[in-house]
Design a protein around this ligand. Sequence first.
Ligand code: UT7
Length: 323
Amino acid sequence: MSVRAVVRGVGHYLPERVVPNSEFEKSLDTTDEWIRTRSGIERRHFAAEGQTTSDLATRAARATLTDAGLEPADLDAVIVATSTADFTFPSAATMVQAELGMTGGFAFDVQAVCAGFVFALANANALIVSGQARRVLVIGAETFSRIMDWTDRSTCVLFGDGAGALILEATKGAGTPEDRGILATDLNSDGRFRDILYVDGGVSTGTTGHLRMEGKEVFRHAIEKLAKTAHTALDKAGLDGADVDWVVPHQANIRIITGTAKKMGVPMDNVVVTVQDHGNTSAASIPLALYVGRQRGQIKEGDLIVTEAIGGGLAWGAVVLRW
Ligand code: UT7
């Protein structure tokens, strides 16, 4: 027997404003065609003026609690994966905790940029497996529109805002790969690559800063590192590509998604794709895709899922879980 962190609920929130690619044609030397063919993105959501990451996260949290049939007091911990918290501190997670009216338990943020949700899932799993928490709300929430340089066509057309969340609950399993819940995790980072994807602001500059990316360089690392971490996580779980029902990848670029699936030996029919509708929402992209996959009827109880993501740091990783 072993304790597994099993998905008890899933939810999301997307800001109302939808921005199609064509809107960028008015202010930048770009086209809908370039954005579609190079990235797969067709539209993205942008937060309203004054709407913050913790607002988005709180709405996703409430939807997830409803889906799970739970109250805030039923939670032991809240983890928010984000690189765009409202303030330098306190954490977005404690702000969500307060908004939910939770006065017990604990809350903290995880900052691993686009890989943030994978890192947060691994942390939640460790808390549950070690007996430190029974139910953990894990949220990915971002307002990347706040850190865009609107004059840089190579980045500002790629990102969007949103939030998604899961509730994980301690559940007894047999200790086999047939168990529901998180079966394996694999986390990696390599700080030598900090200059290919970063924000040029923060405490050291006294500014919020803007996202800077050498897209081609990040792309060069992505497929190989993602396929490798997915393979490693599957291997740790005693499974391989043929066992996978759904790959739920970080949604940055359709060409990275298809290239990684091909390297993993998983057909695109078994990949949940949302990049066309959300753009790159960084740490929110995987929980948003899990929500959409479940809503579309793609993800069903018992399905084996591999999530994988890479982003600034570089930081990357994968989680294998049975829904
Ligand atoms: O989530 C975190 C991880 N991030 C990623 O995974 C992003 C990884 N990188 C990518 O997705 C791709 O590299 C991009 C979508 C960012 C760019 O695609 P690319 O095929 O690597 O294009 P490129 O950067 O090599 O640019 C090709 C051309 C350039 O023009 P020249 O130098 O060939 O004349 C760019 O200046 O496209 C130009 N370009 C644009 N043209 C129209 C760059 N941005 C745009 C644009 N519209 N928005």
